[in-house]
Design a protein around this ligand. Sequence first.
Ligand code: SF4
Length: 243
Amino acid sequence: MNVYVPEYYPRFRCIASECRNTCCAGWEIDIDPESLARYQRMTGEFGARVKRSVSLDGTPHFILSERERCPLLNRDNLCDLILHEGEGALCQICRDHPRFRNYFSSRVEMGLGLVCEEAARVILSWPSRLRLIRLEGDGTEELTEDERWLLTFRDEWLRSLPEEGPKTRLMETLIYRHLADALYDGRLDERIAFIRKAFQTMTDGWRDGRADTLAERARRFSDAVEYDDEALEQWISGAGGDL
Ligand code: SF4
């Protein structure tokens, strides 16, 4: 399977304690079965703390504090699980975030979500057009007719954008993330309309031309819409609009 990522993807590194909007707070963090089994095998004082931090009620998840922080996030906004056990101990959601994947029959496209302030900064300050690089696979592909059509349509749309600037990087990111989903649900027109409306919402009134101010608008929009299934569905079906 070929795996593609945007050129800027390898530049992303979580800024951890420097992050003003840590993703380890405010969201429920579900735990995949493999990580759960690892946590249940952990021993000692730290192992006991990890076990106390997990709820098995429904989908296993970390029990957030009253301030909705992950119980393993310490006062310096660093993850105690990483500090004690290394990055390999993270559950799948924490390992993946803020990455997303779009699946085709013989390729996977991965990207960075704008919801992460550092990812948004990397993306919107990138100096050149969206270009994909192959991380895995030999490049041989057998795509369906619909997939080939969609990729050609997407390339033409991307090429029609101006070359420079954070606004173009934003539009490219929306197209790259959301258009491929039309292959699953056939709602191409709705997704095109959503991409245009999302872009308009994030750029309306943005005049200073700075990537960092646009990144903050993008981060807020992404948090409220892209990472909330109900809100995203409303926006795609045309009912969304208020944030
Ligand atoms: S939001 Fe991004 S930079 Fe901040 S803690 Fe999460 S992954 Fe790291």
